[in-house]
Structures are given as structure tokens and as C-alpha cells.
Design a protein around this ligand. Structure first.
Ligand code: PMP
Length: 353
């Protein structure tokens, strides 16, 4: 037995690490990133701007300028509190730290795997309510489960990853109303979706909204935000490590997020491409494409594993799911820009002949 084997908590030894496949020289369509990076015409100005960063000093601990930038980009009302994280992943973890060991996190299955993973880190229990065959919430059984299991935290991805749909707005409101849990509406894909729960924060004291800049062009900066009432955010802020948003992220985001027009128009391009991919892929008999409010599509595919391998051979990375799970025969594809989607479509059409 190695030192670490006998030293480490058994439950951590038994966790499967979060796997990120190598993407060298690949067309990345597996992780819902945006295809749009720093615009060519802004590169020199951007470099100059970040070169004045005082990297010898700790960053602004409260990231005040960045908070203002995000409030303006996302229309966050002045009287709501904002908590910044090193990616929204960090905030999901921070929320789990606020629970006492043995308490329950509830979410839906399938949904974002991080909710279950952080519950393990923090020695919490996890319950995933199964979605129905259209990946919608079964309200009746969810309300019963809330009554009997008394969750402390409920995560609802809106739109949901990996299914792409947004659950019914009124069903979610019922859930928020029915529970003493803190309900986290994870709006990672808000830019591609029609509705948001942001404005509902004033109506429900147990609601917070989680967002990220990862899906709108800035995954490499690692920046997420939790929005809630001032009191809620003030208390949760105690769990945030000081200086968790590094200076290069603060400075870069302040520069890049000011251009709201570009961010909105890039999202529109992706929404149009999503429609085109949906239409074209739906014509292929071997595929069932699910409607999406996000920047990816979930697809039920004949020979899903072979399709994945074939695309990999053509240097296109998409997401598959573990065997013996509900999504074994599905793939998830991030929507790219037109020329990327054309390459993808050509390869998929060739695969199915
Ligand atoms: N929430 C959802 C629903 C996601 O799909 C993801 C990323 N896949 C995240 C949160 C994490 O985003 P990040 O840590 O990059 O902000």
C-alpha cells in the first residue's frame, strides 16, 4: 500500500477523476466553448492593456471594477449581490462547503456531473431525480422527493447540460416555492436561451442564479458569478478564498466584456448555426436530434461509439457518454462557427453514407 492509499479518505480514493481528453490539433466540439476568441483587430490593444497589470501585487480582492463590468453586461440590478468564482465550478464547490456533512444535494439526471462530484468532496449525500423520456422534470415525484428527503441544496441547470432543453418555468417556480433548500438556477447557457430566473431573485429568498463567461467566449479566463440577495451573497462570500480571481483574469475580462454588442452578436451567430445544424442533422435517419436552448445539441445516434471514433479520426472531438448509462447511445456536440459545422456535417454524412 502506498502512503497516499493509507492516508487518504477512502471515499476520495474511490472517486473517478474528472476526465478531460487531449484536444491537441483537434476541432473542439466537446466542451461548449465559443469558437470566437479575441478579435484580430483588438489583439494589439488587448496586449498593451494587460501589460500594465501589476502582477507583483495581489489582485483587487473584491474585483470591484470587474463586478461593475459583469453587472452591466448581464443587466444585474444594483440591489442584488454578486459573488465571483474561479469558474462557476468553484462556486458550485463553495455552495457545497456551506452544507453540513451528511446533508443532501438534489439535482436531476442526466445533468451537469459537477453537482454530484462536489457532494462527494464535501461528504454530502446526492440524489438525482430522473428526468422523463423528453428530459423534462416530473413535478409530482420531485415534490414528493423534496418532502421526504429534505434537500439542503437543489441545482437546476437552465438550460440543462447535457440535454440542452430548458425545463418548464412554472414547474421550477413550484419547486422553489415548495422547499427550504437553497435553489441554484445554473444559467451557464443563458446567452443562448430565451428565459432567465435573474429577475425572480427578488421574489424568492431561497433562489440564487449561477452564471459563467465560459460559454460566451472566455472559458480560458475562468470566471463565474453567483447572483442573489445582498444578505445571501454577503454570508456566502465568507467561504470565498481571498484573491480567487487573478489579476490577468480581472484585467482581461474588464477589457473584453465591455464589448457587449460583439458578445450578443456572436451568440446570435451560434443560435443561427444551432438551427442550421439541427435542421441538417435531423435529415439523417440514423439520428434523433433534441431541441436545444444552449450552444450544443444532444443527439441520439445509431452506432454512437463508432461515430465518435470516426470523428476523432477526422480530428473532431465531440462528447460521448459512458456505456451502461441512459445516454450510452447519445452524443453531445457543441455548435461551432459555420466553417467548423460544415466540416462536422460532412464527416457525419459520410459516416452514415
Ligand atoms: N454549469 C453548467 C451547467 C455547465 O455545463 C458548466 C460547464 N460545462 C459549468 C457550470 C461550469 O462552467 P465554468 O466552471 O467553466 O464556469
Amino acid at each position: 500500500m502506498t502512503f497516499i492509499d493509507q492516508w487518504l479518505r477512502t471515499d476520495i480514493r474511490n472517486i473517478n477523476a474528472y476526465h478531460v481528453p487531449s484536444a491537441k490539433n483537434m476541432l473542439k466540439m466537446d466542451a461548449m466553448e465559443s469558437p470566437f476568441g479575441v478579435p484580430e483587430e483588438l489583439k494589439d490593444e488587448f496586449l498593451e492593456y494587460i501589460s500594465y497589470s501589476e502582477v507583483n501585487r495581489y489582485p483587487d480582492a473584491n474585483a470591484n471594477e470587474l463586478q461593475a463590468t459583469l453587472r452591466s453586461l448581464m443587466d444585474i440590478p444594483k440591489d442584488f449581490g454578486v459573488l465571483l468564482g474561479n469558474g462557476s465550478d468553484e462556486l458550485i464547490q463553495l455552495l457545497s462547503l456551506a452544507c453540513s456533512s451528511g446533508e443532501l444535494i438534489m439535482s436531476f439526471e442526466p445533468s451537469f456531473v459537477m453537482y454530484e462530484l462536489v457532494s462527494k468532496f464535501a461528504q454530502l449525500n446526492y440524489h438525482g431525480m430522473p428526468l422523463d423520456e423528453n428530459f423534462e422534470i416530473d413535478l409530482k415525484s420531485t415534490l414528493l422527493a423534496i418532502q421526504s428527503k429534505k434537500p439542503k441544496l437543489i441545482f437546476i441547470a437552465y438550460p440543462n447540460n447535457p440535454t440542452g432543453n430548458s425545463f418548464d418555468y412554472d414547474v421550477i417556480k413550484e419547486i422553489i416555492r415548495s422547499t427550504d433548500a437553497l435553489v441554484v438556477l445554473d444559467e451557464a447557457y443563458y446567452a443562448y436561451s430565451e428565459k432567465s430566473f435573474l429577475a425572480e431573485i427578488k421574489n424568492f429568498s431561497n433562489l440564487v442564479v449561477l452564471r459563467t463567461i465560459s460559454k460566451i467566449g472566455f472559458a480560458g479566463l475562468r470566471l463565474g458569478l453567483l447572483v442573489g440577495s445582498q444578505e445571501t451573497i454577503e454570508q456566502l462570500n465568507k467561504l470565498r478564498l481571498p484573491y480567487n480571481i487573478n489579476i490577468l483574469t480581472q484585467v482581461s475580462a474588464n477589457f473584453l466584456l465591455k464589448d457587449r454588442q460583439r458578445i450578443v452578436s456572436n451568440a446570435k451567430i451560434i443560435i443561427n448555426e444551432r438551427r442550421r445544424l439541427y435542421d441538417e442533422l435531423s435529415l439523417i435517419q440514423s439520428l434523433t436530434v433534441y431541441p436545444s436552448q444552449a450552444n450544443f445539441l444532444l443527439i441520439k445516434a445509431e452506432n454512437a461509439k463508432l461515430l465518435l471514433e470516426s470523428l476523432k479520426d477526422s480530428r473532431i472531438l465531440i462528447k460521448g457518454f459512458a456505456i451502461s448509462t441512459q445516454l450510452e447511445n447519445f452524443v453531445r456536440i457543441s455548435v461551432g462557427e459555420a466553417k467548423e459545422n460544415n466540416v462536422l456535417l460532412e464527416c457525419i454524412k459520410e459516416f452514415y453514407g
